[in-house]
Design a protein around this ligand. Sequence first.
Ligand code: GDP
Ligand code: CA
Length: 322
Amino acid sequence: MALGGPVICLAGGVGGSRLAHGLAQVLAPGQLTVIVNTADDFRHYGLRVCPDLDTVMYNLAGLADPQRGWGLRDDSGNMLRALRRLGEEGWFQLGDQDLATQVLRSHWLERGLRLTEVTARLAAALGVEQTLLPMCDEPVATMVQTRGGGELDFQTWFVRERWQPPVRSLRLAGIGRARMTAEVGDALAGATLVLLAPSNPWLSILPILAVPGLRAALRQAAAPVVAVTPVIRGAALKGPAARLMADFGLAPAAATVCGLYGDILDAFVYDERDAVPPPAGLRLLGADTVMDNEDARARLAREILDWTATWRPPAVPEREES
Ligand code: GDP
Ligand code: CA
């Protein structure tokens, strides 16, 4: 029963921000909290860069580049050009206005603010009315063990190497020192619905679920947990989700995503283009999950909210305590 109550969306970057933006269009601003992956954050020329937080923030602010889905619209590239003139490769795309976000975030973090507080300040300044929370305040970093090669930090593998090196395994450096924040705990405890956005499972959603305390908080929360597939007809719309499934010897399919989230899931939204729905045991909704424009985002968000609102509390499947 989601209508009217607080809705939480767990999100990564481009896929996650699409659903978050759809939800923002149909929910009252105070109703939506987005908890964002920070495991692909990195330090770049001394700055703390948070790609997924910024992607969600710029989309909710209506400032995102509409073609790429990330970065700021109409941004310029003077800094990158100047960096290259100084002999640097400049492989990480950072527009001039986007750079201001990184400078100010780094400045505030250096002055002792928590990432949660910094994010709230940046989002408010850009006019975001929804609540935007990083998954934790401590730095956590996805590290990529490549086949044949050594370990690459995530952005080197993803951007510089264009995610071509096959992956043996992934590791979340720093996750042992991370703690669920009070803000995330309160949000989950008060939620009436939790959505796992159509983000990359390994690179966006599983890092959030790996924050110590978070999975337990989700299990304890009264809210049903609903995931939206990031894989359609065995392929990702963008990025390495299906490739990673192949690398890990898993079927590149929506059902694989269900399996990865396991017992926290109550329901799953698969794409209607998929002939075979994922395995039973979950409430299932087949929908057009391609959110390639603003209307499609809002339409899918409304369809999911309407669907969950028809569930009467006793009919929500009991989750087994582990
Ligand atoms: P990143 O951090 O920018 O790589 O983005 P995410 O992890 O949030 O999202 C990447 C995933 O989003 C990919 O697996 C895409 O297939 C998926 N995705 C992107 N746009 C859409 C969409 O409109 N609908 C669905 N169902 N999935 C999408
Ligand atoms: Ca990302």
